[in-house]
Design a protein around this ligand. Structure first.
Ligand SMILES: *Cc1c(COP(=O)(O)O)cnc(C)c1O
Length: 423
């Protein structure tokens, strides 16, 4: 499609957009009495208006039923989490029994490492991407040290090539084959948080499995953003947070995926608690743990219902729309933003470059040349919320659920004015 950098053209795209009505389902922060242009749905998704109703329902049940809410609430609490499994399974490409919502993302990665990183004398290395999200780095380092090993000997980082901003799939595959039978685990962020690159999860998982390693993915920037087929790709485990593209509120509950093939393994090491044992016998308070043959076996505590409620509200919206429609708009609106950026770059003669490759989801990372955080501040003051990453990168996520094509056009005009003001 050929785009145009004009308000009429942008409004025309909005008029044809079957998802445009969902914009009204969200609360937008205001600057000078107007909705902001919100680009940080990759960091904290906006609040769906229907979320409050779901939380209120739990508050009312608790108010009126007390402990009886566990079994007699509108949506009983004891198995409330199960309602999230199917919609999430559709989003990540899994069966409901492979999914559990619990804890938070880094916590879940730690729990999953207990099961899927079991170093031996021969097989102990972990492949990850260079400059992984800091929490993942801390998690990996501390796990390695927990096993009494040295992170410098265990962690093998796949690097970007000299002078480039992206990873090459062949470099990841080569590293996997090079480490070979010393490789215990591959754990990478499926969509890189910094440059927005989508890793070829299918090929990388294949290569990891072929040398006998476990393969896990951190899907913080992938869930609700890109197409995932975790089961089909033979991924061992994955986890994601719910507050980025999944719009479930700050710090809210995380989801895990554990491949079916591991669910009947009675000997898999795991940190266990009462919410992981068979629910049919849970309240008999027996001393033995009975795994459930579902990812629920990894659930340690009774889940925080007030966190699950907003997650369920959000998932309902994803189920209504479906990932294919969301991805179709994502491609188009991200393409439109890219076009707008290129047009503005011509008009102001350079000043920035997009470092996100074509294997991307919703995010474009823009590296500024000759500008610094004052340009970012200018955007913020003029009703745009982007995000800033050191040293010089602005990340823009035109989330298809609630961003409009007109937003993209207006952003271009504000960006241009900001750059010209500094020249
Ligand atoms: C956002 C993000 C996290 C955040 O972890 P929490 O435990 O939810 O605070 C972790 N890893 C990656 C790759 C992320 O993008």
């Amino acid at each position: 499609m050929t785009f145009q950098n004009s308000i009429e053209f942008a409004r025309g795209l909005d008029a044809q957009d079957s998802l445009s009505k969902y914009r009204d389902e969200f609360h937008f922060p205001q600057v000078a009495g107007k909705d902001v242009i919100y680009f940080t749905g990759n960091s904290l998704g906006l609040q769906p208006k229907r979320t409050r109703k779901y939380i209120d329902e739990v508050m009312t049940d608790w108010q009126q039923l007390g402990v009886e809410g566990h079994f007699h609430a509108e949506k009983p609490w004891w198995d409330y989490h199960e309602r999230l499994a199917e919609p999430l399974a559709n989003i990540v490409g899994a069966s409901p029994e492979e999914i559990c919502v619990m804890n938070t993302l880094t916590v879940n990665l730690h729990f999953l490492m207990v099961s899927f990183y079991r170093p031996t004398k021969k097989r102990f290395k972990i492949i990850c991407e260079e400059k992984a999200f800091p929490s993942d780095q801390y998690m990996l380092h501390s796990q390695v040290k927990f096993h009494g090993l040295d992170p410098d000997e265990v962690l093998v980082e796949v690097k970007k090539r000299e002078g480039e901003n992206i990873w090459h799939t062949e470099d990841v595959l080569e590293k996997i084959n090079e480490v070979g039978d010393e490789l215990a685990l591959v754990l990478i962020g499926g969509v890189n948080y910094y440059n927005g690159q989508v890793f070829d999860m299918k090929s990388i998982t294949n290569a990891g499995k072929a040398v006998g390693a476990n393969v896990g993915w951190d899907l913080a920037h992938a869930a609700g953003n890109i197409e995932l087929k975790l089961n089909e790709w033979n991924v061992d485990f994955a986890s994601w947070c719910s507050y980025k593209y999944m719009n479930s509120g700050p710090g809210n509950a995380s989801g895990i995926f554990v491949n079916k093939k591991h669910l009947s393994d009675k000997n898999i090491p795991r940190f266990e608690g009462w919410w992981g044992t068979n629910k049919k016998t849970r309240f008999l308070m027996k001393p033995e743990f009975e795994p459930t043959e579902s990812a629920d076996s990894w659930q340690v505590s009774n889940p925080p219902i007030l966190s699950l409620a907003p997650y369920l509200a959000s998932l309902e919206m994803f189920s209504e729309i479906g990932m294919p429609a969301l991805i179709e708009k994502r491609n188009k609106i991200t393409g439109y933003l890219e076009f707008i950026l290129q047009e503005i770059a011509k008009e102001v003669n350079g000043s920035f470059e997009i470092i996100t490759p074509n294997d991307r989801g919703c995010q474009l990372s823009v590296f500024l040349h000759g500008h610094d955080k004052t340009l970012f501040n200018y955007l913020m003051e003029n009703g745009v919320i982007p995000d800033w990453r050191e040293p010089n990168v602005i990340r823009l996520a035109p989330v298809p659920l609630y961003c409009s094509y007109e937003d993209m056009y207006r952003f271009g005009q504000i960006l241009k004015a900001g750059i010209l003001a500094e020249k």
